[in-house]
Design a protein around this ligand. Structure first.
Ligand code: SAM
Ligand code: SF4
Length: 325
């Protein structure tokens, strides 16, 4: 039976975090870098297989591998290959900072990865290096070139909108996607527990970009069944598209189609929810699958209609690296 909640939303899409560790220090996420905690033991290959198999049995069709930085896991290619064997998963996507994409894009694609999102907050190398805390702009851009040559079904670039930092770069990004079949996604900065001062200073609404696009011939596309809350625009003069993610906009949560499992085996119904439901104890043996499926149904039935960001309630999420943004 398809996973659905009490508001009639159906969940086809799982965002699965495979590590909290990251090698970047994005100002809005891990400004002091990842703080190593030796006690953390991230989901094993078998635990990942059982998680994906359980979600697949209740209608999940798309898995996004995320983190932290998922490409830091040495067994990433094995993880992709293993997920691609699980029916009826049709799409495997990954979100990465792109640091080793140039080297690995081909093997990830060969293992079954169909879609890739690369985070690039600025096309200006100095600004990129400043916001990420690492000097890896050229490396990431080489990764994007490689991804384009490999043949992924979809390539997206994620860019978090930051006031007076990159919110004037629309022209640069548009030029970039004029001849590249890439969906450029602008994501409004979201408030998290550890970074609320940054949020207060730098949040910038996506409305400005929306108005600029609508005033220059970009057309809003209709949503398909498994499309999430992003608004997607296209234009006949561009190979690429623009996506806008505006979590503070009205009705953002009505098209929610995704659930999350953290790298420590907690299911989260919302990025900005509570501590999550522990499912790890039911990931230890293959014969626990029916118990796990019951827990998924019970938990999803309690999903709330919306987040409470407007009331300043960011839930228990300290930063998105901890839950798989
Ligand atoms: N490390 C990978 C990366 O950066 O692509 C994957 C994990 S990262 C948490 C996933 C996405 O969340 C990135 O595109 C990042 O820019 C975005 N993100 C992180 N913190 C955010 C915040 N506070 N508001 C909006 N987006 C955020
Ligand atoms: Fe790392 Fe991604 Fe967070 Fe940047 S956004 S610090 S790359 S997890």
């Amino acid at each position: 039976m398809q996973l659905s909640d009490s508001f009639g939303r159906k969940f086809y899409y799982l965002r699965l975090s495979i590590t909290d560790v990251c090698n970047f220090k994005c100002e809005y996420c891990l400004p002091n870098g990842y703080q190593h905690d030796k006690k953390n033991c991230f989901l094993s290959l078998d635990e990942i297989r059982r998680t994906v198999a359980a979600f697949a049995s209740v209608g999940t069709e798309k898995i996004r591998i995320t983190g932290g930085e998922p490409a830091l896991r040495k067994d990433l290619t094995q993880i992709i290959a293993m997920i691609s064997e699980i029916a009826p998963i049709k799409k495997i996507a990954m979100t990465t900072n792109g640091y080793n994409l140039a080297k690995n894009a081909q093997q990830w694609y060969d293992a079954g990865l169909n879609q890739i999102n690369i985070s690039v907050d600025s096309l200006n190398p100095n600004s990129f290096n400043k916001i990420t805390g690492v000097n890896r702009f050229d490396q990431v851009m080489k990764g994007i070139d490689k991804a384009l040559s490999v043949g992924f079904d979809k390539i997206k670039i994620n860019s978090v909108l930051i006031k007076n930092f990159n919110d004037h770069e629309l022209g640069l990004f548009l030029e970039f996607i004029r001849i590249r079949p890439i969906e450029m996604r602008f994501i409004e900065l979201m408030e998290c527990g550890d970074t609320n001062t940054f949020f207060e200073q730098y949040h910038s609404s996506g409305d400005l970009i929306k108005r600029q696009l609508e005033g220059s011939g970009w057309q809003l596309e209709e949503k398909a069944k498994d499309d999430g809350p992003a608004l997607v625009y296209s234009h006949p003069g561009y190979l690429g598209k623009i996506g806008l993610i505006m979590p503070y906009s009205k009705d953002f949560c009505t098209t929610c189609n995704r659930l999350r499992v953290s790298s420590l085996g907690k299911m989260h119904l919302c990025l900005f929810g509570d501590y999550g439901t522990d499912i790890r104890h039911l990931l230890q043996r293959d014969d626990q699958q029916s118990q796990l499926v019951s827990l998924l149904h019970d938990s999803v039935a309690t999903k709330e209609v919306s987040h409470y960001l407007h009331q300043g309630n960011t839930g228990q999420t300290p930063h998105l690296a901890s839950i798989g943004g």
